[in-house]
Design a protein around this ligand. Structure first.
Ligand code: ARG
Length: 511
């Protein structure tokens, strides 16, 4: 498998180093049928991703032709991007180009459109990568850079807003739903997409992520990995935002498998903004202090948690330093981070017919020129009503290879599936375990069974057949798990009879 961090460039060929990563477990995993593909995403309005900017070449009139990286607004004068986006030499003078050769474009969802308002294009004054980032390396930790603009952005214009930065040291646990956006390569558009696209992916634990790459490339402290089957960032998305469902910015697109949305499940790798050194670099280097609105009271949720009833999100209160009142929006979600009703001005949610058992929270977001912040209500009681229907597959179908002439002998799948833990969440002695299963082999025979075993601190060992909840994702539930450290293992078999070589194992504290 190959990995690539070199910023991709439209219509300009840049020769970048390509590192060949070691592949654990042997066997050939990179399939020729997987073309690079934001992969598995859809076109999104900039008003839903108002912190997203494009970094473009100043001398190129078309934002589309000149775009080569993404970035994120942190305040009216500052944007952050990947450190490797600074390592470009478009004028071929053998040196990296100066900051003033580049502009930031904000509020422009379609880079090919004739820019009208709210699109803003502002020349960069200075930029600098983190001192720990090695701009000459193909892949390096601390892949973050701070961009200072020559003039402030109008962050009150629609579609132009600073991001909410994650706090220092705040973890993003494996399985957290995340979103990534950009104008990079898609499955159908090798030169990238003129329209901003985004896709929903999940955080992957550091060890599970490292297992896909040459260990000399990975740095668990400064990387955050995420992927979903058929969904990934890709070339040209670098420097762009990785956000949680509540829109908190947790990462920047950094690197990943060269065959984006790799068939073997290798995640995309993001710069982890919660890492304390990176977090203070991003916050502390701004000459305008980062002073987003602050919640002085969280919103509260009132109403009956029952299908068909209306829940109301009662606004909390905010203080802000920027002129004017902050823009306030609401979102309804589950206590574990899934979105039920996305950000809007609506303060009410009619509890769905199949929301039974969910604990609902409402979030309130305040945004003004100095930043954005988020506050959440306490969760509701579990909703009374029918439980959620079985989740339909959420992924777009993966392109099938075009059938070629019939092979001489029928190939046999001789490679066992690879199984990794996505998340284990235990609450009130109930544990929900999700695993990702990637069937491997040419051809793949298909997953036959996924069995998850719980070894609680006390009491009997229990094995449950996990059910498929999405393409490649299986879930098992355990109730009345005894308190203390519980271990989980998973064993997978494919139709051809191959068994996962050694069972994956993970432990968790049950409270
Ligand atoms: N390095 C790429 C860029 O410059 C980003 C690659 C991300 N790759 C991935 N498979 N997620 O745009």
């Amino acid at each position: 498998m190959m990995v690539s961090m070199a910023a991709s460039v439209r219509r300009v060929v840049v020769v970048g180093l390509v590192v060949v990563a070691g592949v654990l477990g042997g066997g050939s995993m990179a399939s020729a049928a997987t073309a690079p593909r934001i992969f598995g995403g859809s076109v999104v309005p900039i008003t839903d991703h108002p912190w997203q900017v494009a970094i473009v070449r100043h001398s190129v009139t078309s934002a589309w032709v000149g775009q080569f990286c993404g970035g994120v607004i942190v305040d009216a004068r500052h944007v952050i991007t990947a450190g490797h986006c600074l390592g470009v030499d478009f004028d071929h003078d053998g040196e990296f180009d100066p900051a003033t050769d580049f502009d930031v474009v904000a509020g422009m969802p379609n880079l090919k459109a004739t820019p009208g308002l709210p699109a803003q294009r502002i020349q960069i004054a200075t930029w600098g990568g983190m001192p720990q980032f090695d701009v000459a390396a193909n892949v390096s930790p601390y892949d973050a850079a701070l961009v200072t603009l020559s003039q402030p952005l109008d962050t009150l214009a629609p579609g132009v807003r600073p991001a909410v930065l994650v706090g220092a040291g705040v973890p993003t646990p494996a399985g957290t739903p995340l979103n990534v956006s950009g104008w990079g390569t898609t499955e159908a558009l090798p030169n990238g997409s003129p329209d901003l696209r985004s896709t929903d992916i999940f955080a992957v634990g550091d060890p599970d992520c490292s297992a896909f790459f040459d260990l000399s490339l990975t740095d668990e402290a400064t990387m955050l990995c995420a992927v979903a089957p058929g969904k990934d960032s890709c070339s040209g998305d670098s420097g762009g935002p990785l956000t949680r469902a509540d829109s908190t910015l947790v990462g920047l697109v950094s690197w990943g498998p060269q065959d984006c949305a790799s068939a073997d499940g290798a995640p995309g790798v993001y710069t982890e903004l919660a890492e304390p050194t990176i977090n203070s670099f991003v916050r502390g280097s701004t000459d305008v202090p980062y002073t987003p609105p602050q919640a002085t009271a969280s919103p509260t949720l009132t109403g009956t948690a029952k299908s068909g009833e209306t829940l109301t999100c009662n606004p909390g209160s905010w203080t802000s330093t920027a002129p004017g009142a902050p823009e306030i929006e609401y979102r309804f979600g589950t206590a574990d981070g899934q979105t039920i009703q996305n950000w809007s001005q609506a303060t009410t949610y009619v509890v769905g017919a199949n929301d039974g058992g969910l604990r609902i929270v409402c979030g309130e977001r305040a945004r003004d020129a100095s930043g954005a912040a988020f506050a959440a209500s306490d969760p509701s009681d579990p909703v009374v009503g029918p439980p959620p229907a079985v989740v339909p597959p959420v992924t777009t179908p993966v392109a099938q290879p075009v059938p070629g002439p019939a092979p001489a002998a029928k190939p046999v799948d001789s490679v066992a599936p690879r199984t990794t833990f996505l998340s284990i969440s235990c609450r009130k002695r109930r544990c929900v375990v999700r695993v990702r299963v990637a069937d491997r082999g040419t051809p793949t025979s298909g997953v036959k069974s996924v069995r998850i075993t719980a070894l609680p601190a006390r009491g009997a060992v229990r094995t449950v057949t996990a059910r498929k909840i999405a393409r490649g994702i299986y879930e098992a539930r355990f109730s009345r798990v005894s308190r203390g450290t519980a271990w989980f293992t998973v064993a997978t078999r494919d139709v051809a009879g191959n068994r996962s070589p050694q069972p994956a194992i993970k432990h968790v504290r049950v409270r």
